[in-house]
Write a protein that binds this ligand. Structure first.
Ligand SMILES: *[C@@H]1O[C@H](CO)[C@@H](O)[C@H](O)[C@H]1NC(C)=O
Ligand SMILES: *[C@@H]1O[C@H](CO)[C@@H](O)[C@H](O)[C@H]1NC(C)=O
Ligand SMILES: *[C@@H]1O[C@H](CO)[C@@H](O)[C@H](O)[C@H]1NC(C)=O
Ligand SMILES: *[C@@H]1O[C@H](CO)[C@@H](O)[C@H](O)[C@H]1NC(C)=O
Ligand SMILES: *[C@@H]1O[C@H](CO)[C@@H](O)[C@H](O)[C@H]1NC(C)=O
Ligand SMILES: *[C@@H]1O[C@H](CO)[C@@H](O)[C@H](O)[C@H]1NC(C)=O
Ligand SMILES: *[C@@H]1O[C@H](CO)[C@@H](O)[C@H](O)[C@H]1NC(C)=O
Length: 741
């Protein structure tokens, strides 16, 4: 590691010094043993021996593997997380297993394979970080403990040792605001609803989707206790939130003298929901609020001394004067160290990437140099596409984490920049005087494109890129399905060179398929890959189905690739529709429109309905289950419906968090396409122009009907994925073969 990185690491080590305690070693080993039992059951768990020795890691986390082949498999880690990573290395590379969001493939060979010679792995990354501020809202918001427990297990297996822990903070804020003299009504008017908390926390929004019931606070606090206890038992560091300066408007009623700045509108939300207030850094109340919050929070939840705070996320500061920016930054930091002298500030570098016109070198420098070196930990959030470290001399000397963002809004749609991900971290380490201290996985939403995350997680423990991604992806497929299979491997190699070989210029992390976008005559349906590769991968997977259909991951992938094909077919019909309308051809318009609305979209919905991992009903039911009354259940369900569709009351961030789920396709996207086709037909029949505005107004009403609809969607899968995928294939593959795509 470069000398500079060693120097900043020395500073970061301060907060790690307490780690060398034998009871902690025992506790961490027990946590991994517990994980092993959850994963494999007590019988197979007994074939392993797990221990933790903190002294094993002079620099960064290390694991050691020996045994197997008739003797116990011995896993030793420098921390619980390192031991769990060693365990997963063994399960994956020696036993051919896989643990993913969609499920686990854990068929073990018996006896367990031998580790031929002692295997020692030292990660080049001091930190392996996980989570975007948005992930807890887009993906985790309705989770109970059981699902959280699985996620923390996934984190441990992937060796993640630093993770955002924002759950339950509103309960503390409520207490702080009451102490400061705000009343209950004012606080209720301030918090967003559960599905929008991430943006409330960053000061982008208030009020929208609220209020937040007190039962929510109670349940989330309870959850946070369990989450933190489990994370810490593995030796992970949970990152708690700190005060970033945002305050409720009612604060100015209690403190009329307070010097506040209105940050202006965000995300097309009116000031009824945005235009948050920021307390001026020189206001004497700044340290009061900041310390009060952090003291209450750490009293409740303890601390690992790393805190997250984002002041200007997607909101331009009121002034670009470096002195102002430095003062604001320093105020946030001072309020942290006033409570915790060891505080390190974890900071999303997203703003620098998101608005480079504002954040020029003097502005970035002002922020980055306002905190002592080593007390800032910067997330280079979108480093696989637009790294910031390379144009800021490694954030002007502050330690940073190379993060892969990959996905916005948790959209479905196959895509990834695997080549750039593979090379990114090592390139960053080789950068002159690099201050990189780790790698991170920071999608806005999970449950999509698992191959991308499997690669990134492995890179967290590797010094060099994989020399051959084709070979890697072949191994990935074999682990996923529990056996190598020539057609499945060929399919994955095709996906690698097509959907997963994107360049950031035309693959921005959003799914722009017309399927999930509001129709218009000007949709862009170009893609960066050869569509034939996806169709061919689809054909190959179906060929593999007789052997692999018992694999749950295989059925997931077959469905996912069929879904991708459906997305391509929507583009195809859209193209035909548009051409027909422009040429004034009614028969062609009716044909393409009819096939799209009455055939393709219902078939897709039916197919998605065969898998519980693709059900709108599941998402809505989870939301309802968080409630303690019918009124609350309805409130949460609406939050859940809004987030996927209109996002805000007037479609403010329309379809940003789009998903392709059974129920959502038939209940939301299909009616909108039907309306579009009908209006095109009417316009052609009457010889009048098509009015996009009028369509959008009516489409908005459909959206409103969807978010306030009370119909129930299935929460159990129906039908067989392989059968329906084959039916879909017989119907649509000829269309592709005829050269239509
Ligand atoms: C909270 O304060 C506002 C402003 O003074 C007032 O209108 C409201 O009635 C108060 N609510 C409660 C519950 O005291
Ligand atoms: C803001 O809220 C007020 C009071 O509820 C309402 O009258 C007004 O129409 C809202 N404005 C916008 C732009 O939504
Ligand atoms: C209020 O805060 C702003 C921004 O920090 C500062 O420029 C201004 O001087 C402050 N005003 C007062 C009256 O202190
Ligand atoms: C790296 O740091 C050294 C020592 O501070 C300095 O002399 C050198 O110019 C730096 N190199 C680059 C490329 O910034
Ligand atoms: C991805 O595309 C680039 C050209 O854009 C090519 O050089 C590279 O080999 C491709 N990678 C894979 C894995 O197919
Ligand atoms: C993708 O981006 C590359 C590089 O900017 C460009 O040459 C290519 O035309 C783009 N492809 C599509 C389909 O937009
Ligand atoms: C796309 O792939 C198909 C089959 O692999 C091939 O025949 C075709 O020439 C490719 N098209 C382009 C534009 O590369």
């Amino acid at each position: 590691m470069a000398a500079m990185a060693a120097k900043v690491l020395a500073l970061l080590l301060v907060s790690w010094a307490e780690a060398d305690i034998p009871e902690d070693e025992t506790r961490e080993a027990a946590a991994v043993q517990g994980l092993l039992t959850r994963l494999l059951g007590p019988r197979a768990a007994a074939w392993f021996s797990v221990s933790v020795q903190h002294s094993l890691a002079p620099v960064a986390d290390t694991y050691r593997l020996t045994g197997g082949g008739g003797t116990l498999v011995q896993v030793t880690g420098s921390s619980g997380v390192a031991a769990a990573a060693g365990l997963y290395r063994y399960l994956r590379d020696f036993c051919g297993c896989q643990v993913a969001w969609s499920g686990a493939q854990l068929r073990l060979p018996e006896p367990l394979p031998a580790v031929p010679e002692e295997l020692i792995e030292i990660t080049p990354n001091w930190y392996r970080y996980y989570l975007n501020i948005c992930t807890p809202s887009y993906s985790f918001v309705w989770w109970g403990w059981e699902r959280w427990e699985r996620e923390i297990d996934w984190m441990a297996l992937n060796g993640i040792n630093l993770v955002l822990a924002p759950v339950g903070q509103e309960a503390i804020w409520r207490r702080v605001y009451l102490t400061l003299g705000l009343n209950q009504t004012e606080i209720d008017e301030y918090f967003t609803g559960p599905a929008f908390l991430a943006w409330g926390r960053m000061g982008n929004l208030h009020t929208w989707g609220g209020p937040l019931p007190s039962s929510w606070d109670l349940k989330q606090s309870y959850l946070q206790y369990r989450i933190l206890e489990r994370m810490r038992s593995f030796g992970m560091k949970p990152v708690l939130p700190a005060f970033a300066g945002h305050i409720p408007k009612a604060f100015t009623r209690v403190f009329p003298q307070a010097n506040v700045t209105n940050l202006g509108m965000w995300g097309h939300f009116s000031c009824n929901y945005s235009c948050s207030y920021l307390l001026a850094p020189e206001d004497p109340l700044f340290p009061v609020v900041g310390s009060l919050f952090l003291r209450e929070l750490t009293k409740e939840f303890g601390t690992d001394h790393i805190y997250s705070a984002d002041i200007f996320n997607e909101m331009d500061p009121p002034s670009s004067n470096p002195a102002y920016l430095a003062a604001t930054t320093a105020a946030v930091y001072e309020a942290m160290v006033a409570v915790d002298v060891d505080a390190v500030w974890l900071f999303q570098g997203w703003l620098f990437q998101n608005h480079p016109d504002f954040w020029k070198p003097p502005q970035m420098k002002a922020v980055l140099e306002a905190v002592p070196r080593g007390r800032f930990l910067i997330l280079d959030l979108f480093a696989e596409s637009q790294p910031v470290y390379s144009r800021t001399n490694s954030f002007y000397g502050q330690p940073f984490i190379w993060c892969m963002l990959h996905n916005f809004g948790g959209n479905h749609g196959l895509f990834g920049v695997l080549d750039a991900v593979n090379r990114g971290p090592s390139t960053a380490r080789l950068f002159p005087n690099s201050t990189i201290v780790g790698t991170g996985i920071v999608p806005e939403g999970i449950n999509q494109n698992e191959v991308v995350y499997a690669l990134m997680a492995e890179l967290g423990w590797r010094k060099d890129p994989f020399p051959d991604l084709g070979a890697w992806v072949a191994g990935f497929a074999a682990q996923r399905y529990g056996t190598p299979h020539p057609q499945a491997e060929a399919a994955w190699r095709l996906l690698l060179r097509s959907v997963y070989n994107c360049s950031w210029e035309n693959c921005t992390g959003h799914n722009h398929s017309p399927l999930v976008k509001r129709p218009s005559l000007h949709l862009d349906f170009s893609v960066w890959y050869n569509r034939s590769d996806v169709f061919e991968a689809w054909r190959l997977l179906l060929e593999a189905a007789p052997q692999l259909a018992t694999s749950s991951a295989f059925r997931y992938d077959l469905l996912d690739v069929t879904r991708q094909v459906a997305q391509e077919l929507v583009s195809l019909y859209y193209g035909e529709l548009k051409t027909a309308f422009e040429a004034g051809s009614m028969p062609a318009l009716l044909s393409a429109g009819g096939l799209l609305v009455f055939d393709l979209l219902p078939s897709l919905d039916e197919l998605l309905g065969t898998d519980e991992r693709f059900l709108l009903g599941g998402w809505l039911e989870q939301a309802r289950e968080m409630a303690v009354s019918e009124a609350e259940a309805w409130h949460y369900e609406q939050n859940a419906r809004y987030q996927l569709t209109l996002w805000g009351p007037t479609g403010n961030i329309l379809d940003y968090a789009n998903k392709q789920l059974a129920g959502l396709v038939a209940g939301y996207y299909a009616p909108r396409w039907k309306l579009f086709v009908e209006m095109l037909v009417k316009s052609l029949a009457e010889g009048t122009p098509f009015h996009q505005n009028q369509f959008e107004n009516e489409a908005f009403l459909l959206g409103q009907a969807f978010v306030s609809g009370r119909e129930k969607f299935p929460t159990q899968p129906q039908g067989d994925t392989v059968d329906l995928a084959r039916k879909f294939f017989l119907k649509y593959y000829p269309k592709f073969q005829a050269g239509a795509v």
